[in-house]
Design a protein around this ligand. Structure first.
Ligand code: SF4
Length: 132
């Protein structure tokens, strides 16, 4: 069991969180007890950190597609280069939906830079040639 003090803006209540850091998949219990974070059920430090972040400020790598005007295919798979705070995912998806790209595109190209003012880019997950 770990106890973490002095966290700011801790969510209320408790959560059971399945750790996905390794295939063991420990079930970690995280609870805010009077402003003190209690973490139980993890088997290692990485799992403790994962569960703490999932409880306090969950983030996700965003994977989706973007429209391409003159591409060999009309859509290109894209992803965020870092995990995005969960509460910003919807906004990011709206921004992506509004954007139309031009081919050619190379895998890893930055398609949207610093989305929503975050240090996160949306990048291409594959090459896409243009249609002539
Ligand atoms: S807590 Fe540690 S051992 Fe358990 S799933 Fe997470 S990373 Fe693996």
């Amino acid at each position: 069991m770990s106890t973490i003090n002095n966290e700011k803006n801790l969510p209320e209540g408790s959560k059971e969180i399945r750790c996905i850091v390794c295939p063991t998949g420990c079930l970690v219990h995280v609870e805010n007890v009077n402003g003190e974070l209690i973490i139980e059920g993890h088997s290692c430090k990485r799992g403790e950190e994962y569960a703490r972040e999932e409880f306090v400020a969950p983030k996700r790598i965003l994977t989706t597609t973007m429209r391409v005007e003159n591409g060999f295919l009309p859509l290109i798979p894209v992803r965020s280069d870092k995990a995005i705070p969960k509460e910003r995912l919807k906004e990011t998806l709206k921004l992506i939906a509004k954007t139309k790209l031009k081919a050619p595109i190379k895998m890893g190209d930055i398609l949207l830079e610093k989305v929503l003012g975050l240090e996160i880019n949306i990048i291409a997950s594959r090459d896409l040639i243009e249609v002539r």
